[in-house]
Design a protein. Structure first.
Length: 195
């Protein structure tokens, strides 16, 4: 027998509008706000200021202007509405969201791996790379990987990472002291903020 699933109370079909507009606003009174109230007053022939109005009157005003009545804050008492071009409103909203997303910085983490017996030449080579990464604004995750019995050299690994941090003082700062996680001793270095 086929099983029936009931829809939850919070279910909304995918194609519903984000905001209630025009005839979908069924509340008797609304608070009208907006930048175009002077323009609206000229079309209607009376001075209009932000305030509470009967919904059917505000819908008529929106029709006269050839615009949409859009519910901006449905949970307010009474709900807040604007008379605007709804498609233009959605376009500008998506544009702002996209700008905010693009401005958000993406954190890049570069990994540098050491062994507990890393010699000076390898250390200097990896240090040079770490400085470059930090100058480019990326975080550096440095770790000492202990394979097999090399785990007995934990102190060597810690000293190596502390030396690494000391050499990078001018380029970045450690988020925490080196700590052992499984077979790795890890430290993360964040770049210094550029003025």
């Amino acid at each position: 027998m086929a099983r029936r699933y009931s829809r939850s109370r919070n279910y909304k079909p995918k194609n519903t509008a984000e905001h209630r507009i025009n005839e979908h606003i069924k509340i008797p009174e609304v608070r009208l706000v907006g930048d175009n109230l002077d323009e609206l007053g000229e079309v209607i022939g009376q001075n209009i200021e932000s305030g509470v109005f009967r919904t059917n009157i505000v819908k008529d005003w929106a029709r006269e202007m050839g615009l949409d009545l859009v519910e901006i804050a449905p949970k307010a008492k009474p709900p807040v509405v604007k008379i605007i071009d709804y498609n233009k409103f959605l376009y500008n909203k998506k544009k702002k969201e996209k700008e905010i997303k693009n401005k958000a910085s993406k954190t890049v983490i570069k990994e540098i791996r050491f062994g507990p017996n890393t010699d000076d030449h390898d250390f200097e080579f990896k240090l040079k790379h770490a400085k470059g990464f930090l100058e480019d604004g990326a975080k550096v995750k440095a770790y000492v990987h202990f394979r097999g019995r090399t785990i007995v050299f934990k102190e060597r690994g810690e000293l190596l990472l502390l030396r690494f941090l000391k050499e990078l003082e001018d380029y970045g700062s450690a988020e925490s002291l080196p700590k052992l996680e499984g077979k790795r001793m890890i430290v993360i270095v964040s770049p210094k903020k550029k003025n």
